[in-house]
Design a protein around this ligand. Structure first.
Ligand SMILES: [Zn+2]
Length: 448
């Protein structure tokens, strides 16, 4: 009996293979929706809908163009005042800042001399990695904001601080205590040993690899050009390190949900907006830096599109891929309500981020019209066949799903995923790279 069922299953498998499974087709997918749904969530800090739409129209973002053609795409509305740690935590929890408690980059409890970067123990709402864990499903998070120290999960967490520590640890490899402190940057800590080799070191990136971001290579002997070139090289190397790690971990440790966070677009926008739109920058700029870096932002969008393409390649036919950002980018003119000479830091952000979804049962060519950052977590849960918490502030984007998908995995709800556990503490847990985080926030204009 058992044997004949196996034979039958084998025949069905062959039949499916012969007929050909058409992943991500926009036709009737009723018969071809796979049983083990997976989600790949790609977070791109600061990706702006207007810029993406224009670059797609110009044929410069072929991978996101494919999402738009074969899946759903549109504006993802953010929440003012567009502070990334708060928004990425809302994306991971489906809840507003009032509920999850993570506000800006730094936490000032008033009794220490300097404010401390916000840490994962201060989050007051369950994040996707905890929810999946409780449901017996696995997840892997790479570089997601506010994940230091890495929490225990079935799967892995490579915290946001880990990527800074890669730089820092290499400079001071003699200091053995660092290895111990790095352990909290990654869960499970055993992964640490194999991960350092995926680091793309900024100082080993050849000029040819970054020349594509530049309008000209005529001014490479200019000191100011050199320092900005070092900046874009660091941005480039950091995103490529995340890509390499994502490729490695998805192969060696497959999980139901993989989430990868890329910071490069936001950093490129903060650093090079003045060169792209010098008329919005009231202070002096050398013609050499303007000529060299004017195209850097659009070119970085192209690079990010290529990274997204690489990640899509990794996913199988049962994976739904979501690309989203935490906010859009208004630049130095600032948002509509900005008053002042030139917006910097958070004031450069705006409401219109992006969302792209492509996968089995997702409607093709669908224009997303009414989505917010709060809708990502509920939508991820629904795609994975898990119930949505009624206390979440977002909703499942059912309009992007074909009837066959909704029939196969009807949206279910539970009251809450919160367990009522006592919060894990009121104080942020310092990380060994806090000084570097503060230094970067200062240079971005986020803090004084
Ligand atoms: Zn920013």
């Amino acid at each position: 009996m058992k044997k004949s069922i196996l034979v039958l299953l084998g025949l069905i498998a062959i039949a499916v293979a012969v007929v050909g499974f058409r992943p991500w087709s926009d036709g009737d997918t009723a018969g071809s929706l796979p049983g083990e749904p997976r989600v790949l969530l790609i977070g791109v800090d600061g990706m702006d809908w207007e810029r993406v739409e224009r670059l797609i129209a110009e044929g410069r973002l072929p991978n996101l163009a494919r999402f738009q053609r074969e899946g759903a795409a549109g504006v993802l509305r953010s929440i003012a005042p567009y502070r990334s740690p708060s928004i990425w935590t809302s994306i991971a929890t489906g809840k507003t800042e009032e509920k999850h408690g993570v506000e800006g980059f730094l936490v000032d409890r008033g009794h220490t001399a300097i404010a401390t970067p916000v840490s994962s123990n201060l989050r007051r709402a369950k994040a996707l990695w905890q929810i999946l864990n409780a449901a017996g499903r696995t997840s892997g998070f790479i570089g997601w904001l506010v994940t230091w120290p890495a929490e225990e999960v079935d799967g892995y967490i490579v915290s946001s601080s880990f990527f800074r520590m890669l730089e820092w640890d290499r400079r001071e490899t003699e200091n053995q205590t660092h290895a111990g402190r790095m352990a909290r940057a990654v869960y499970p800590p055993e992964l640490l040993g194999e991960m350092a080799e995926f680091r793309v070191a900024a100082d080993s990136v050849p000029i040819d690899d970054v020349a594509g971001y530049l309008g000209t290579t005529d001014h490479l002997d200019d000191a100011e050009v050199q320092s900005l070139l070092a900046e874009i090289t660091r941005i480039h190397a950091s995103d490529l390190t995340k890509l390499a790690l994502a490729e490695h971990l998805t192969r060696t440790t497959p999980t139901d949900l993989v989430a990868v966070y890329f910071r490069g677009v936001d950093l490129a926008c903060h650093t090079f907006w003045r060169h792209m739109e010098p008329e919005t920058w009231p202070w002096e700029l050398s013609p050499e830096t303007v000529e060299t870096f004017a195209p850097a932002i659009d070119r970085y969008y192209e690079q990010t599109d290529a990274i997204i393409g690489e990640l899509v390649e990794l996913s199988d036919e049962s994976t739904t891929v979501i690309v989203c950002s935490d906010h859009g980018f208004a630049g130095h003119s600032g948002r509509a309500d900005f008053e002042g000479e030139a917006a910097t830091g958070f004031d450069m952000h705006r409401e219109e981020g992006v969302v792209f979804v492509m996968g089995p049962g997702i409607a093709g060519g669908f224009d997303v019209a009414d989505a917010t950052v709060l809708d990502i977590a509920p939508t991820v849960l629904a795609l994975l066949g898990l119930p949505v918490g009624r206390d979440m502030d977002g909703r499942v984007l059912t309009e992007i799903m074909e009837p066959a998908l909704l029939e196969l995995r009807p949206v279910a709800e539970i009251a809450t995923y919160e367990s009522g556990d006592a919060p894990e503490g009121e104080e942020p847990i310092p990380s060994p790279v806090d000084d570097e985080i503060r230094e970067q926030l200062r240079s971005l204009g986020y803090i004084e």
